[in-house]
Design a protein around this ligand. Structure first.
Ligand SMILES: Cc1cc2nc3c(=O)[nH]c(=O)nc-3n(C[C@H](O)[C@H](O)[C@H](O)COP(=O)(O)OP(=O)(O)OC[C@H]3O[C@@H](n4cnc5c(N)ncnc54)[C@H](O)[C@@H]3O)c2cc1C
Ligand code: SF4
Length: 498
């Protein structure tokens, strides 16, 4: 523990994002570089708790050694901090930027003070490691002559590939898109995670011996049987990609799009031609409604504002969360509180108001005689907590409202993995249509075929995909070699999903 009295002396200070006015003019990352002095002070706030809840089942899903690197940053021992960080985290530059940081929600300091800025510290350690040239491709001398095929190149597939390659197996990652990275590439926008950072990491993975095959849609232009014949083990890491739809009148109207179509096309065009090809859904001068909150909704807001939309409303079916933790949401649980994310700040800057409207149910998409969208009809919901602690809702009569809209994005989450590959491989599904594979074992109903990430656990977070990637790599290595020295996160309550 760096400074025993640090937590009493210093307040929490987060590294600020770039000024909203400035960042709205471009698609660069929203972050500013952290100052060493501020990070040292945040490191000093860490109490090196006897039971570090930041690492508990409510904290970091990949068991990051948080108090250790907090202390090392306080002591200015950055290289040692980097060496501790990479013991548990294959890609800290991704989690350091996009993770919602359950570790901070569980930090013991959070009982009566704002938590240590763990995420800022993590991000700064890896950024400094890249600047100093400490991050190198992992070369392995031992080769096992075993071949592993990984289907899907999101964080689950990439983490497993990195681990299995380090264990000496030959790994080929198959990706149906034209670029590798899954939602790190096409999903999370540049403003939150620069694609140059994703490419930098992919280059390191390639240099370490992993092969990537893009434009390879397994189950469409490559038969899974060929992989089953050619490889010693297969990992399915295809994500949860079927978007939740909304079955109300007018759904077939023009200009109603799934959020992922909007975000993917935009990023492709940005990367291919700096948006000059015009091959994307353009919100310029349009009245835009985003249905659904969460990260996907926020990313649509931020992208539409940068494109120059003329108005923006974000509709949420749930009620507005409380400012502080509710009675049924105590520490160290993840705090379900009202948060202002980057897109909400940017809407405030551009339109003078937060875009979110809560407790609204969409009733009908309104269209003109050419079936072109003109608006959305909603009704207010009244939410009540039942005696069992669950939320129940009812429509409030007489509160129907019409909202003008030229463009609507549906960002209501995902219902599971696409089935074409799973049907062909004949893997068993669970009752939520995800792949049936127990956590910790990760093996599917077919011997030698494993599953991890959102296709197994349902839509989740990058850090959980990485947790499952490490876990699946350990299971595959054991399957191939009978034993393994790879490390994987410990079993946690959150792990048991899926
Ligand atoms: C818009 C958006 C923003 C998000 N923001 C955040 C955030 O800020 N923080 C956070 O922690 N999480 C965020 N998430 C969630 C996070 O991105 C996912 O939980 C995570 O990427 C899941 O990883 P995965 O590897 O399981 O799958 P994915 O990242 O979905 O990758 C699956 C890959 O498999 C490929 N694939 C599918 N089928 C085939 C096939 N048959 N053959 C070959 N390839 C195939 C897909 O093309 C895709 O590249 C966000 C999600 C979305 C949609
Ligand atoms: S819970 Fe918070 S204060 Fe305690 S060790 Fe973890 S980061 Fe430090």
């Amino acid at each position: 523990m760096g400074k025993p009295t640090g937590f009493m002396e210093y307040p929490r200070r987060k590294t600020p994002w770039r000024d909203t006015k400035e960042r709205l003019l471009d698609y660069y990352e929203i972050y500013t570089p952290a100052k060493d002095h501020d990070l040292k002070i945040q490191g000093a706030r860490c109490m090196n708790c006897g039971v570090p809840f930041c690492e508990s089942e409510h904290g970091c899903p990949i068991d990051n050694l948080i108090p250790e690197w907090n202390d090392l940053v306080y002591k200015n021992r950055w290289r040692d901090a980097y060496n501790r960080l990479i013991k548990t985290n294959n890609f800290p530059e991704f989690t350091g930027r996009v993770c919602p940081a359950p570790c901070e929600g569980a930090c013991v300091l959070g009982i009566n003070e704002p938590a240590v800025t763990i995420k800022d510290i993590e991000n700064s350690i890896i950024d400094r490691a890249f600047e100093e040239g400490w991050v190198r491709s992992q070369q392995t001398t031992k080769r096992t002559n075993k071949r592993v095929a990984i289907i899907g190149s999101g964080p689950a597939g990439l983490t497993a590939a990195d681990q299995l390659n380090q264990a000496g197996h030959s790994v080929i990652v198959f990706e149906r898109e034209d670029r590798v990275g899954g939602l790190l590439m096409y999903g999370i926008p540049n403003m939150k995670l620069s694609k140059s950072l994703v490419k930098r990491r992919l280059q390191l993975l390639e240099d370490s011996g992993i092969e990537f095959r893009v434009n390879t849609n397994v189950g469409v232009n490559l038969e899974p049987q060929a992989l089953m014949d050619d490889f010693d083990a297969i990992l399915i890491a295809t994500g949860s990609t079927i978007p939740r739809d909304i079955e109300i009148p007018g759904r077939d109207g023009k200009n109603i799009h799934f959020a992922m179509d909007f975000l993917t096309q935009h990023t492709k065009s940005l990367l291919n031609t700096s948006l000059t090809d015009g091959n994307y859904i353009n919100a310029k001068d349009k009245n835009v409604i985003v249905i659904g909150g969460g990260d996907t909704g926020t990313d649509c807001i931020a992208t539409a504002i940068r494109q120059g939309c003329s108005s923006l409303v974000n509709m949420e079916i749930m009620p507005k969360p409380p400012v502080d933790r509710g009675h049924n949401n105590p520490w160290p649980l993840w705090p379900h509180i009202y948060r202002t994310d980057y897109g909400h700040e940017e809407s405030q800057e551009r339109f003078g108001k937060d875009p979110r409207e809560f407790s609204l149910l969409s009733k009908e998409f309104l269209v003109d005689e050419h079936n072109k969208l003109t608006g959305l009809k909603t009704i207010n919901l009244d939410w009540e907590e039942t005696s069992l602690g669950q939320q129940s809702m009812k429509e409030v009569r007489g509160t129907e409202e019409i909202w003008e809209a030229d463009l609507i994005f549906l960002a209501m989450g995902f219902v599971g993995p696409e089935q074409y590959l799973l049907d062909k491989m004949k893997v068993k599904l669970n009752d939520r249509n995800n792949i049936h594979a127990d956590y910790g074992d990760f093996s599917t109903s077919i011997e030698g075929v494993f599953a991890s990430g959102d296709c197994r656990r349902g839509q989740s977070l990058v850090v959980w995909a990485m947790n499952e990637g490490r876990g699946a790599a350990l299971a595959i290595d054991r399957f191939l070699e009978g034993q393994s020295t790879l490390s994987a996160p410990m079993l946690k309550l959150g792990s048991l999903r899926g």
